[in-house]
Ligand binder design. Structure first.
Ligand SMILES: [Fe+2]
Length: 432
């Protein structure tokens, strides 16, 4: 999407703009003057909300930002190096009304790699707060990312404490991966409000890799806000039925890929086309991958982790691609329990040492199902850690030849941990 950068000088970043403070002060004065309990008026400022970072294909030098306002406004982003200097203004575009607001998008270009910026969004007069933005650095430079399972239910009371704990424990997280079912009802604006409140400043300061879940569909219709809030990197299979929900980004040595496993939500229930289109695209994306690490996220697991569920369809189309290209981490949700395992368990090696892709199912929210190894075993895999009634976030540390993973509960307890070591002749996955 073309933008028009220009350089202007602005006042230094502050938590809120001078105009926003002035408007708030005027509103308070008006309320006091008339003794009113509400000062909503025609000139109520259109303060940006739901400010969100979505990675581009090249997050070292560019950045997609989305937000919404109550009414249709101009869309403008200003960014400035955190170390100081001139601000750059980028004009964005309106992406339309959906849910309870009007959505906007801007694409920053020409950024410096591994650089701290500040940015704000608005209409040129009314602005958001200034948020931090750090561009991706070179492959091999260590960084950390978070991953979340289904948030979905009882978000504010039941799921948000886990999400907040994650951002507090990992304040340097650069990327957050979401394995679908962020909310329970695709177009329930109050649930989306709760989800963004749970993210706090994390929505605006961390790049989000968002896989879509079945609860982001209403029958066959994708949530009206999904693509406006999570537009993706725009490099998917080019199949309109997939609604731009399939894409990848290369972040500092990791190729993050998100797939759409909601084959039951295919517009005409054509499971074969839905899955095969992604299979062919995934083959290409993994065959031509210069990154040391590959992380794939989607919603319905390859090996179902709970009673009465099956990963047979996902296995039928995608499992051989993950295995042949030795994807490092496959992050999934949907089964409302925790499970971690893989196909290539080496029975002769010492306990806890395997190789090949690691498949993880996790849940962040409080809705729980009973875990079972049945479908793992049916699919020829072995589940190494399986937990019921356990809400987690995952933190992954990435270095040039070592990836370290921990699943943690809100109080910081590590309930599962392993590392993937590629420093030797053969990749090794070790329990920790
Ligand atoms: Fe689900």
């Amino acid at each position: 999407m073309p933008n028009t950068p220009s350089r202007i000088t602005v006042e230094p970043p502050s938590p809120t703009s001078r105009r926003a403070r002035a408007v708030a002060t005027a509103a308070l004065a008006a309320a006091l003057a008339v003794g009113a309990t509400s000062v909503a008026a025609a000139d109520t400022p259109v303060t940006p909300e739901r400010v969100t970072l979505t990675p581009t294909e090249t997050p070292a030098t560019s950045q997609t930002i989305t937000w919404r306002t109550a009414e249709d406004t101009d869309a403008v982003v200003q960014h400035i190096p955190a170390s100081g200097g001139e601000a750059t203004t980028t004009t964005g575009t309106g992406t339309g009304r959906a849910g309870g607001g009007y959505h906007h998008r801007a694409d920053l270009a020409g950024l410096e790699p591994a650089t701290d910026y500040r940015y704000r969004v608005g209409d040129g007069e009314t602005w958001s707060a200034w948020y931090p933005l750090t561009t991706a650095g070179q492959a091999g430079e260590p960084f950390r990312f978070l991953s979340f399972g289904d948030v979905q239910n009882d978000i504010t009371a039941g799921a948000a404490p886990v999400v907040r704990a994650a951002y507090e424990a990992v304040p340097d997280a650069r990327v957050a991966v979401h394995a679908g079912d962020l909310i329970n009802h695709a177009d329930d604006d109050a649930e989306w409000d709760e989800w963004f409140a749970a993210q706090g400043d994390g929505a605006a300061s961390v790049n989000h890799v968002t896989a879509i879940g079945n609860h982001e569909y209403d029958d066959w219709d994708i949530s009206t806000v999904w693509n406006k809030q999570f537009p993706g990197a725009g490099n998917g299979p080019g199949d309109s039925d997939l609604d731009d929900t399939v894409w990848y980004t290369d972040y500092q040595g990791v190729r993050f890929v998100t797939l759409n496993s909601n084959y039951t939500n295919a517009p005409w229930f054509d499971v074969k086309d839905w899955m095969e289109d992604q299979e062919a695209w995934l083959e290409d994306v993994l065959a031509d991958n210069p990154n040391e690490w590959t992380v794939v996220a989607f919603h319905q697991p390859v090996f179902a982790n709970s009673e009465g569920r099956s990963g047979a369809v996902v296995r039928r189309f995608w499992l051989d691609v993950f295995e042949e290209h030795d994807v490092d981490l496959v992050l999934q949700g949907h089964d409302h329990s925790y499970g971690r395992g893989g196909l290539r368990t080496n029975e002769t090696s010492r306990a806890g040492v395997t190789t090949g892709p690691v498949y993880v199912v996790s849940v962040t929210g409080p809705k729980m199902y009973e875990p079972t190894p049945f479908d793992w075993n049916l699919g020829g895999a072995r589940v190494r850690t399986q937990l019921g009634d356990t809400q987690t976030y995952q933190v992954v540390s990435v270095e040039s030849d070592l990836l370290t993973y921990e699943a943690r509960t809100a109080d910081g307890t590590v309930v599962d941990a392993f590392e993937i070591d590629t420093s030797g002749a053969e990749k090794v996955v070790r329990d920790r």
